[in-house]
Write a protein that binds this ligand. Sequence first.
Ligand code: C5P
Length: 232
Amino acid sequence: AQHIVIAIDGPAGAGKSTIGKLLAAQLGALYIDTGAMYRTVALKGFRLGVIHPSDPPEPLNPEQEARLSEIARTTAITLAGDPFHLQVFADNEDVSEDIRLPVVSRYASIVSAIAGVRSALVAQQRRMGAEGTVVMDGRDIGTHVFPDADVKFFLDASVETRTERRYAEQRARGVDCTREQTRLDVLERDRRDYNRAIAPLRRADDAIWLDTSSLSPEEVLQKMLAFIQERL
Ligand code: C5P
């Protein structure tokens, strides 16, 4: 069988994971949520007392950065299950729920700017991508992790749409938050992801750009399948 890599990048709430899962199921591919890996490092940082959450977040000092890089190097992060029941394990502990907390989202984008964290996780992502046909979602998959990916997508949507999706998702999880808080979190995370020094969020020159604001997941999926057929 052919070994294919499909990269999906874009900002928070653009629909990457919803679509990535549908696409992986359709193609019989492995779905790899790289954001879950950055989230896991941030969560472990809280648990081990390396990060002390504050609002607004304090910048991390070099010692914290070194310890977080060590966490990224030494934690066995595994993604298991089928695309629709994805489970994330950190050293055999199921962290699938906890990594979705808003405070973890916020700190994941701070932790993800650390060079040592990125190099450790990118190495793992490249190993995972070598195992078979994969759909990998993140911020730097098409630009950095797999610059030679077979097909690259960049999903985007208006801030309003992305806020609405995140808000609905959080409410469904029982997280207590307001629309305005969610909007500010989304904007703050975008700002950090687009502006960091290492592998910032950017559309690869050869990525197919799709605005999902007024499209249903099924419509986005059909467009992507058409592009994939054309390119492969
Ligand atoms: O995709 P998700 O929202 O779960 O990602 C959480 C955070 O992890 C992002 O805001 C981003 O800072 C970071 N991330 C990254 N590179 C990736 C995937 C996620 O920097 N490939």
